[in-house]
Write a new protein. Sequence first.
Length: 240
Amino acid sequence: MNKRVLVTGASRGIGKASALYLAENGYDIVLHCSKNAERLNDLKTEIQSKGVSCTTLAFDISDRAACEKALLNDIESGRIYWGVVLNAGIAIDNPFPALEADEWDRVLRTNLDGFYNVLKPIIMPMIQARRGRIVVMSSISGQCGNRGQVNYSASKAGLIGAAKALAQEVAKRKITVNCIAPGIIETDMTSEIPEEAVKQIPLKRMGTTKEVASLVNYLLSEDSGYITGQVIGVNGGLYL
């Protein structure tokens, strides 16, 4: 039986690339999106064509009750998760003096509260199984801060602290928890990045989603069993 991995925010970008990369490496995939699961049908078919199983879930990660209901129902189907890729998140950029209360709240509720909302219902089954991998998608903005992203940087820095603390709690149960901190990756979110910003990257280009996905795959593998509580950058040498 293949190991089963939940990928949140799997409809596009890094989440989609990670789901495909993991499927190619033999994992059964649980795809998540925030609303209509039918939008994942094409990706589900593509993943199933690789000879692994794939199911879909739709819920808002900022909605604690919805997370608990969907995830517990999925686990009660009889198969727990080997791995979780916490990738779903949002960005609402604005200089801090112009940042509205709702823009702060929505980003923190989604990006940071989502950590609790998704992991809380499923961490005990992983602990009881005494195995597992958790990969948290942070950001270079959470390490260095970024102008116009006080809310986003706060949420992504919070994920790093949460992941490091959880890593210490669950290590004795052979569960690892690590963060990936992407830099400027070629996705919908970076489509309007100016060329001048790209020139500041020592490697002189944006990263690809596949380059992040390959690290996700490694951190979910048996080979990474002695790596936990770490923050690994995929940033082309860029430090904001």
